[in-house]
Design a protein around this ligand. Structure first.
Ligand code: TYD
Length: 210
């Protein structure tokens, strides 16, 4: 008897500068897709693995690493993420929602002075996403949201001068599956646009989604 292999899943990445609303929109989208009976995996980078935890411990001590070492650490974390989480979930036919992916490396480590084309090439091991939802807010708005809503001081990655460069790099990426979303609008209309884009992808790829 032939065992039917499941259809490959979908990989959807949320990207954007800090304070752009990625994490809460990802959670709401996950809940919506689960209501449709779809199997969803929510994940994020930096991960909770050994390299991801090291990255988080360095958020306010960025000067301890050279920019080359920092890039290396994000790549190690991604290898782990792809091997342990993303690839198995896609093979099992799941819909994977990741809060950040290699576009963040290209934008943030690019803003720190590394070559973005080289960064994309170094991420060749990571599966290309089916959809990137790039949430956009002006950098000063991102910093304001971090301060006011999270009641946190921006960490080393979240300084406005850095985020201006990060935002410019995000704006320069031209992969056809990147959809730009104005995240300064009301949260409900941002979420509605996200759902519409995901619905279209699901229909195109044979996933049932109302
Ligand atoms: P963030 O999504 O803000 O995590 P959290 O909500 O848990 O604080 O991501 C953490 C920071 O890591 C963010 O400022 C961007 C940075 N980062 C990179 O510089 N390169 C990368 O490849 C990734 C994935 C994140």
């Amino acid at each position: 008897m032939q065992v039917e292999s499941p259809q490959r899943g979908l990989l959807i990445a949320f990207e954007g500068i800090d304070g752009s609303g990625k994490s809460s929109h990802l959670r709401q989208l996950a809940a919506f897709l689960r209501e449709q009976g779809l199997q969803v995996v929510e994940t994020r980078e930096p991960t909770n693995g050994i390299h991801g935890r090291r990255i988080r411990s360095l958020f306010t001590k960025r000067e301890l690493l050279s920019k080359e070492e920092e890039l290396e650490l994000f790549l190690l974390d991604r290898r782990d993420h792809v091997e342990r989480c993303i690839n198995p979930a896609l093979a099992a036919g799941r819909i994977v929602l990741t809060d950040r992916y290699y576009f963040s490396t290209a934008a943030y480590q690019g803003a720190a002075g590394m070559d973005t084309a080289a960064i994309f090439a170094q991420n060749g091991f990571a599966p290309e996403p089916d959809l990137v939802l790039l949430l956009r807010v002006p950098p000063e708005e991102g910093v304001r949201r971090i301060r006011e809503q999270r009641r946190e001081r921006p960490n080393d990655f979240e300084q406005e001068d850095q985020l201006i460069k990060v935002d410019k790099l995000f704006a320069s990426f031209s992969q056809p599956y990147i959809k730009r979303i104005d995240s300064t609008r009301e949260r409900s209309s941002v979420q509605a646009q996200i759902r519409q884009l995901v619905r279209e992808l699901c229909h195109a790829r044979g996933f049932t989604c109302a």
